[in-house]
Design a protein around this ligand. Structure first.
Ligand code: DGL
Length: 268
């Protein structure tokens, strides 16, 4: 198992925050990434559609030489994880559990959770947090405009700050002490979110917490890659590799050279 790769999928580009966090934590692991760019966004779709797309993504990865699947997309993790875990025998990790665990540990009283409409509607973070600490109060808010702003590269832009204020100041006014960044794109906005909320509110980055969890899992199973030399990571998309390459730089801070087209997966 040790030498096999980590398979990872996202609705598109945002999962690169999880890719980056895992690369920083466990640089010796090879990653095979699939971005379903033909069918994004998932955040505005129904549970049924997200489950179907997620299943097709997992089947694509399972044809590669992988030891584990990381569902980097919060919307997919929120709706499809139990179904994927039922269907496939390989270990499958989502981003919600780790984020919820970190949030429940660090929060004192009131937690804000932000994500796509699909993630918030699922109440997946809420349920996972309350399971760990039932006394916490949770305020959830979908923030759909943040995804396109990040993909536009408007990370430090005044418009983005205004949108962040509009979404998050009501949560701050209601006294949250912790905020879960429950979407792949939000870690890119960590600075502006921290500036708007101030130092009293702890931010939980679900990409970082997931990387910790993947490291722990691989270590516990004895599946960490011991080799010094690893082959290049693979990037597959279902459409428009040029855009993935270009926008991917916002997430990774470097160019992604080898992006292959996976072709359409199932029917749209
Ligand atoms: N990757 C999605 C998520 O984390 C955000 C983008 C989308 O809506 O597809 O929920």
């Amino acid at each position: 198992m040790n030498k096999k790769a980590i398979g990872m999928f996202d609705s598109g580009i945002g999962g690169l925050t999880v890719y980056r966090a895992i690369k920083e934590k466990i640089p010796r692991e090879r990653i095979i990434y699939l971005g379903d760019t033909a069918r994004l966004p998932y955040g505005s779709k129904s549970a049924e559609t997200i489950i179907r797309f997620s299943e097709e993504n997992a089947r694509f990865l399972l044809e590669k030489n992988i030891k584990i699947i990381v569902v980097a997309c919060n919307s997919s993790s929120a709706h499809a994880l139990p179904r994927l875990q039922d269907l496939f025998s390989i270990p499958i990790v989502g981003v919600i559990e780790a984020g919820a665990e970190a949030a429940a540990k660090c929060a004192k009283k009131r937690i804000g959770v932000i994500g796509t409409a699909a993630t918030i509607r699922s109440r997946a973070y809420e349920n996972a947090i309350l399971e760990k600490k039932g006394t916490l109060e949770i305020l959830s808010r979908d923030c759909p405009l943040l995804v396109p702003l990040v993909e536009e590269g408007w990370v430090e832009h005044r418009i983005t700050r205004l949108v962040v204020e509009e979404y998050l100041l009501p949560l701050k006014d209601q006294g949250i002490d912790t905020l879960v960044l429950g979407c792949t794109h939000y870690p890119v906005l960590k600075n502006v979110i921290a500036q708007v909320l101030g130092p009293q509110i702890q931010l939980i980055d679900s990409a970082m917490t997931t990387a910790d969890r993947v490291l722990r899992m691989l270590r516990n199973m004895g599946w960490l890659n011991p080799a010094d030399e690893i082959a290049d990571d693979e990037f597959h998309v279902t459409d428009f590799p040029e855009r993935f390459r270009k926008v991917g730089e916002i997430f990774l801070g470097r160019k992604i050279e080898n992006v292959e087209v996976a072709g359409p997966l199932g029917r749209i």
